[in-house]
Design a protein around this ligand. Sequence first.
Ligand code: SAH
Length: 339
Amino acid sequence: MDNIYNLSFKDLEDYFISKGEKKYKGEQVFDWLYRKKVTNFDEMKNIKKEIIEMLKKEFSMRTLSITKVERDIDVNKYLFSLSDCEKVEAVLMDHPYGNSLCISTQVGCNMGCKFCESGRLKKIRNLETHEMIEQILLVEEECKKRISHVVVMGIGEPFDNYDNLVKFIEIINHPKGMELGSRHITVSTCGVVPKIQKFMELPYQVNLAISLHAPNDEIRNSIMPINKVYPISVLMDTLKEYIKITNRRVTFEYILLDGVNDTSECATELAHLVKGMNCYINLIPYNETNNISYKRTKSLNISNFYDILKKNKINVTVRREYGSKISAACGQLRSKKED
Ligand code: SAH
C-alpha cells in the first residue's frame, strides 16, 4: 500500500483522473493534507464517502509516532518510531526569524565521516518521502507552531536518497500546500558530486550546504571517506558550475577539530580554496561525543581562524550552538543507545 504523503500535487491529480474522477479532487485532498493538516481521511469533509473509502483502501496515512521529546531552552529533540520500529530524530530550533526543523533522511548513514556520531550506525534504509513529511507534521502538532524553515541535516546523507528527497522538496514547497519557500529549505551534503550535478538542474531555489571540513585532500581524506571518491578539486569545480547555473550562494560547513584542521595554515589554505566563489563559510564548534576521540578546538583558535578568513575577505560566521546539553547538536543524533 502506498502512503498518501508520497504523492505530489500532480500525482494526486493524476490519481483521480485515472479513477475517472475530476482532476480538482487532487487539489482538494492536497489542501486537506497540507493546509488543513488533517490526521485521517475521515476529516476530509468535502470529499464524497465513496472516495474517502477508496483512499482508505489504497493509501496509508500517518505511520510515524513521537516516542520521546527532550527540551532545552530554545530547542526540542524528537525521537520518532517508524512503522518497522526503526528510529530517527529531528531537532526543532527556535530562531528569531522562525521555527526551523532539522530532519533525518535515512536510518543510519554510509558516508563514514570519522567525527560524526550519527554515522556510526551504518545505513539500514532510506526514509521514504512520506516519512520526511511526517516529521514536519508531527512536530508542528506537538509544538503547536508552524515550521517556517527546514534543514535537511539530520541523520543520513540526503543525496544518497536523492529521488525521495526531491519529491519531499516538491511537496513541501508547493504553493497550494505547506508552501515552504525554497529559500527556507536547506540541503546539506558531504559532497556526492553526481547528485549535486543533478540538483543544479532542478527548478527549485533551495539552499545548498556542503560539509567541507578541510582545506585539502590530505586532511579531508583522513576524516571523510567520500573525498577519496570525489576529491576537493572535483567538488569545487562542480560547485563553481552549480553557482554559475543557479546563481545561488553555497554554504560551506567547517567543523573545527582540535589539531586536525584548525591551524592558521588551514585557514589561509581554505581562504585561497574558496576565493572568488559566491559562498560563505559557517565555522562549527565541534560537539564532542563519548565514542569519538576528536576534540573541540580552543575558542582562541576559533577566533583566530575566523579572523584569517575575514582578513581574506571571505564571508564567515560562527554557528550558534543549539542543544548540546540534550545531544541534539549536529552529529550527535541517535548517539544514545538506550532509546
Ligand atoms: N550527511 C549530510 C547531512 C548530515 S550531517 C552532510 O554531511 O552534510 C550535518 C552536519 O553536521 C554536517 O556538516 C556534519 O559534518 C556536521 N557534524 C557531524 N558531526 C558533528 C559534530 N560532532 N559536531 C558538529 N558538527 C557535526
